[in-house]
Design a protein around this ligand. Structure first.
Ligand code: ATP
Ligand code: MG
Length: 387
């Protein structure tokens, strides 16, 4: 035990009793290894909030001797529930504990699986939104069809396991995917694109290869147990929001880019920044923002535009946070009607020439440009130089 270090931390107090850690004989060991120190203390009866307070004080007490990253704090507990119950902020604890020990303590937290490549897929795009009900699924489906209209082979994954909507939007309610000879799921074909959705499985007995999946593993199965061979673009319709569920989903594989859908009214700088941070954290580039329901065009007065949710909200916000604005899609009755009856707007030739059609095609071109630029960047200095 290193007495000098121990005396520095012995005065740190337990907030629930006001007594110091040494008075309560809580310090189990202090091990110094060149520029690193590992402190182990007994934490029985200390809540997660108090634990954090204690550890912040320990770090502060040792700040003149060690860099924060080199201070490791471990806990032991007579009552194992105290240790396993600290789920309030696992990330903060992680930074202060040595990973090996932590894996033993946090038996309740699954470590994220290593990233895998989705076989047979060119580009993977995640469609997200900070808020629900902004038209994310509608946009995902219509973009998929726009890409298909340009000659690409497109797949769609409905990652919204709580509110799957692709079977309805694509007119395939009740259709069940089959398995092929490689024991892979064959995606359902609709309007020239292929999709999988949790909605196709609920209320039904799961096929053999799908038995026993945990809810959190569904996206992994949609990515890796489905035959996506020959897919140019795979679009993932994420559940709304930017929390832990979405974060773990975008960590399963290398996502090539994220699209964020918002309405002029639901856009908020705070939510947007949070969403952007989530993608940055896992190195997913943000392709840009799409404003949906930008203005209302009445069927009986197609030349009129009503900005019922305010004008230019999303483009203004993208300027402020420094991301790309990809375009606006008006609110028109035919988009909603098509979605309700499983006849998506961009799947109907008769809609070509309309403003909505043009908007989708313009956004699709920007999407292609994004990937062209991205791929060229990857070709290195010399190939760019001689272009
Ligand atoms: N541009 C549009 N014009 C008219 N109706 C639209 C438009 N975009 C979406 N809608 C309609 O708005 C409703 C919500 O759309 P959608 O289900 O795609 O939203 P979402 O963001 O995916 O919702 P959730 O958060 O529940 O997943 C649907 O009824 C859809 O048909
Ligand atoms: Mg949706």
């Amino acid at each position: 035990m290193n007495t000098e270090i121990e005396s520095k931390i012995s005065t740190v107090s337990n907030p629930s009793t006001g007594k110091s850690l040494s008075e309560e004989s809580r310090i189990d060991s202090v091990v110094v290894d060149t520029d690193k120190v590992t402190i182990t203390y007994e934490r029985t009866g200390i809540s997660p909030v108090e634990k954090r307070e204690i550890e912040d004080k320990i770090i502060q007490a040792l700040s003149s001797d060690f860099k924060e990253d080199n201070i490791f704090i471990k806990t032991i507990s007579k009552d194992s529930k105290d240790v396993l119950g600290t789920s309030s902020s696992p990330q903060q604890e992680q930074s202060k504990e040595e990973p090996k020990e932590q894996a033993q303590l946090k038996t309740g937290h699954a470590q994220p699986a290593p990233k895998r490549k989705v076989e047979g897929v060119g580009k993977i795009i995640a469609v997200s939104s900070c808020k629900g009900g902004v038209g994310k699924s509608t946009v995902a489906v219509n973009l998929a069809l726009s890409l298909k209209n340009k000659g690409y082979s497109v797949g769609l994954i409905d990652a919204d396991i709580y509110g799957p909507s692709l079977p309805i939007l694509l007119g395939k309610r009740g259709a069940k995917p089959e398995a092929n000879e490689k024991k892979k799921m064959i995606p359902i074909e609709a309007h020239g694109v292929r999709f999988v959705s949790f909605g196709s499985f609920i209320e039904e007995e799961l096929p053999v290869i799908w038995r026993g999946p945990m809810l959190g593993g569904v996206l992994n199965q949609f990515l890796f147990d489905v035959d996506w061979e020959g897919t140019d673009y795979l679009i993932i319709d994420l559940p709304p929001g930017t929390g832990d569920i979405q974060l773990s989903m975008v960590q399963a594989t290398d996502i090539d880019g994220a699209l964020v859908v918002s309405t002029p009214q639901t856009v908020a700088i705070h939510d947007t920044k949070k969403g952007m941070k989530m993608f940055q954290q896992v190195n997913v580039p943000i392709i840009g923002f799409i404003e949906n329901m930008s203005y209302f065009v009445p069927e009986d007065a197609p030349n009129k535009m009503y900005y019922i949710f305010g004008q230019g909200g999303v483009s203004k916000m993208t300027e402020e946070v420094g991301t790309e604005f990809l375009g606006e899609i008006p609110l028109v009755t035919s988009v909603r009607e098509g979605a309700d009856v499983g006849q998506p707007f961009m799947g109907q030739e008769s809609n070509s020439g309309s403003d909505v059609w043009k908007s989708y095609m313009a956004i699709t071109e920007k999407l292609e440009d994004f990937f062209k630029k991205k791929d060229n960047k990857g070709k290195g200095f010399f190939s760019n130089l001689f272009k």
